[in-house]
Design a protein around this ligand. Structure first.
Ligand SMILES: NC(=O)c1ccc[n+]([C@@H]2O[C@H](COP(=O)([O-])OP(=O)(O)OC[C@H]3O[C@@H](n4cnc5c(N)ncnc54)[C@H](OP(=O)(O)O)[C@@H]3O)[C@@H](O)[C@H]2O)c1
Length: 262
């Protein structure tokens, strides 16, 4: 596939999980990719190696995205190296998984700084790099934004803000031919799913398989391929939308499903 030939893409949090799969899918579609990571240098380097083996360029940039100075450094480096950017996928996320009633101010501050405040700063830095080339901004929401999940209120409320910002930015940036869309994954098998579910992982995955019309837990590549679509010319008239990628999980209703099997 050559949907993204000559494109320059930055994916935050692409050392592992969905971000890594998206970075590799962008490269398979012809893009050069900046792999960003926070702690996992080895994994980031191995993603970059995979991309270079396809004949594409890969940058590897470390940055703690809770820190605005580091956000600025990340975009400075992209600007100095490439002089422009076509695709910005804001994928990095982290949260304290706790009931809302147990959240401390610093839990919310950290998650909101990463997912909301510094996302806005990132877009403010990315857009000048997209000037005159159109552009694609892709955010990651999640089904916890519209449904309640245990211990998920901190990140889910930040993602709700992100979905709203996705719509506002789409309206503001349309005249620059920049589209802004969100992907809302359902349950995707990554390290963060393992961390969130802990000892319940196996039972949870089995329950998800039976409640999902497509009959399985999602893989990072399921989300990555949708990111390629949104990043490509195929999605040229799609903006401000949140695309649910969950195998149909959120279509089913627990009690009905248990009794009638649908
Ligand atoms: N997995 C799911 O079921 C699911 C469901 C709904 C939504 N999502 C969303 O999809 C996205 C990817 O999820 P995932 O499961 O692939 O995540 P993941 O495996 O937890 O990976 C998170 C990535 O974000 C980076 N990161 C975390 N905190 C950071 C910080 N403060 N500064 C810079 N980078 C930071 C990590 O870098 P290091 O590894 O280098 O530390 C890592 O690359 C997230 O936005 C998540 O909320 C996932």
């Amino acid at each position: 596939m050559s949907l993204l030939v000559h494109k320059k893409a930055l994916v935050t949090g692409s050392s592992r999980g969905i971000g890594r799969a998206a970075a590799i899918a962008f490269a398979k579609s012809g893009a050069d990719v900046a792999i960003h990571y926070r702690r996992q240098r080895e994994q980031a380097e191995s993603a970059a190696e995979e991309i270079r083996a396809m004949g594409r360029e890969a940058l590897v940039i470390q940055a703690e995205l809770e820190d605005p100075a580091e956000v600025n450094r990340l975009f400075d480096e992209i600007g100095e190296t490439w002089g422009g950017l076509d695709i910005f996928m804001a994928n990095a996320a982290a949260s304290a998984f706790k009931p809302v009633m147990e959240l401390k101010p610093h839990h919310m501050e950290r998650t909101y700084r990463l997912l909301v405040d510094n996302f806005v700063l990132s877009v403010q830095r990315a857009v000048p790099l997209m000037e005159g080339r159109g552009g694609r901004i892709i955010t990651l929401s999640g089904h916890g934004t519209h449904f309640t999940l245990p211990r998920y209120g901190n990140i889910a409320s930040a993602k709700a803000a992100l979905e709203s910002l996705t719509r506002y930015l789409a309206a503001e940036l349309g005249s620059k031919h920049i589209t802004v869309n969100a992907i809302a994954p359902g349950v995707i098998g990554t390290e963060s799913e393992q961390f969130y579910m802990g000892d319940n992982l196996e039972a949870f995955d089995a329950a998800c398989r039976s409640a999902t019309p497509l009959g399985r837990v999602g893989e990072p590549e399921d989300v990555a391929d949708v990111a390629v679509f949104l990043a490509s010319g195929l999605a040229r008239f799609v903006t401000g939308q949140t695309l649910v990628v969950d195998g149909g999980l959120t279509l089913t209703s627990g009690p009905f499903q248990q009794i009638f099997g649908i």
